[in-house]
Write a protein that binds this ligand. Structure first.
Ligand code: M6R
Length: 370
């Protein structure tokens, strides 16, 4: 059932392109019109939504963080992201005009299920982004947008993450279309960029695997790793850190690159591996320059710099010790490619250390207790 791969995780990472592609199928036509008849919430009710709260745990919560950047940008309504277990127990402000989006691969995570129930009791609508047909979260939500990643077996979530981001983007563009918030042309071109992503992910898998494996060999014995990113690179940094700690049992911390000088830079000593998610240079030059200056700061303190960056980025070539390249793409699409080398890297480090990458210690695939 591993289809020739030596682990489910390996197989599932290689299904990232298909997971994105399948999650798009049937949800848009060639004129850039999104059709989500499957979302059974009345259009008028959706139009009246004035706040979105995305909830989830672990990897799903990082997909939710990415969703916040995109949906706020397109729909221009406030989007909050919260860990489901925190949301449930702090008496959040919920009204019939709040849309709660519950993200869950398994659809059985008890923390997320309890949060969903709470939101519905308070009169809010809940839309689930779920990978498992007929799971509890899918059944109890008012509407479901299925990610079509196919069954995910490895405990570390990989293809479900890219599928969750894709589904959240489809939802965001659909709401933008409903609200007339974004011009049709922008929706059209954004969908076109989204459709290009599977091929770009494939490029990373085809061309970067050897460099990633080499880096894993060199760094497998490191005691800790820091992961930094800005904007949508921030959740990618969090997810990269989670992958590595879950399966390689290495101490990792992910944080927003802007926080460096507010504390974490104190941790940097010679040889400390620091992974940077570098945004594209075009378009949002400011973001790029800020991340590069973060790289310079930790480089000056002797850190080993590992960068995930756009092909041929000259600044990255100058400073980074190790680079995992990705093809050019719009900033909002970049998490879909940037996370892929980090998934492979975590797996390769864990293999180097001789661990079972599919079944890490102390963890279950779905956490069905609160
Ligand atoms: O099935 P869910 O998406 O609700 O699971 C949420 C988390 O338990 C899950 O993402 C967990 O963090 C994974 N082990 C991450 O790889």
């Amino acid at each position: 059932e591993k289809g020739g791969w030596d682990s489910f995780m390996d197989k599932e990472i290689h299904e990232d392109p298909a997971a994105v592609q399948r999650t798009l199928i049937g949800r848009m036509d060639d004129d850039g019109h999104i059709n989500l008849d499957e979302v059974r919430i009345d259009e008028h009710e959706l139009k009246s939504i004035d706040k979105i709260i995305v909830i989830g745990c672990g990897t799903a919560s990082y997909a939710g963080m990415v969703a916040k950047y995109a949906i706020e940008h397109w729909v221009r309504i406030p989007v909050e992201i919260e860990l489901a277990h925190e949301f449930r127990y702090r008496d959040p402000i919920l009204t019939p005009r709040t849309l709660v989006v519950a993200i869950s691969q398994s659809g059985e995570t008890m923390d997320t299920l309890m949060a969903l129930r709470h939101a519905r009791e308070q009169g809010s609508k809940v839309l689930a982004i779920c990978n498992t047909q007929g799971a509890s979260i899918a059944r109890e939500a008012d509407a479901v947008l299925y990610t079509q990643a196919g069954p995910e077996v490895a405990v570390a979530s990989t293809k479900a993450f890219v599928a969750q981001i894709t589904a959240a983007y489809v939802l965001g563009l659909y709401l933008a279309q409903l609200k007339g918030a974004v011009y049709r042309d922008e929706i059209h071109s954004t969908l076109a960029s989204l459709k290009d992503m599977p091929a770009k992910i494939q490029w990373v898998l085809d061309t970067q695997a050897a460099a990633i494996e080499q880096a894993a060999r060199e760094l497998a014995d490191s005691k800790s790793f820091l992961f930094l990113g800005r904007h949508v690179g921030y959740p990618v940094a969090m997810e990269g850190a989670l992958k590595l700690k879950e399966i390689a049992y290495t101490f990792t911390e992910g944080f927003a690159a802007g926080e460096l000088k507010h504390g974490p830079i104190a941790l940097v000593e010679p040889g400390e591996p620091v992974v940077f998610i570098v945004p594209p240079k075009r378009g949002r030059d400011v973001l790029h320059a800020k991340v590069i200056s973060g790289i310079e700061e930790v480089k000056a303190r002797g850190a080993t710099i590992i960068a995930v960056a756009e092909e041929n980025d000259p600044d990255v070539k100058r400073y980074a010790d190790i680079v995992f390249w990705r093809p050019a793409c719009p900033t909002l699409m970049s998490p879909l490619v940037d996370v892929v080398p980090l998934q492979l890297f975590a797996m390769d480090v864990a293999k180097q250390k001789g661990y079972d990458v599919d079944k890490p210690r102390n963890l279950a695939k779905s956490v069905t207790v609160e």
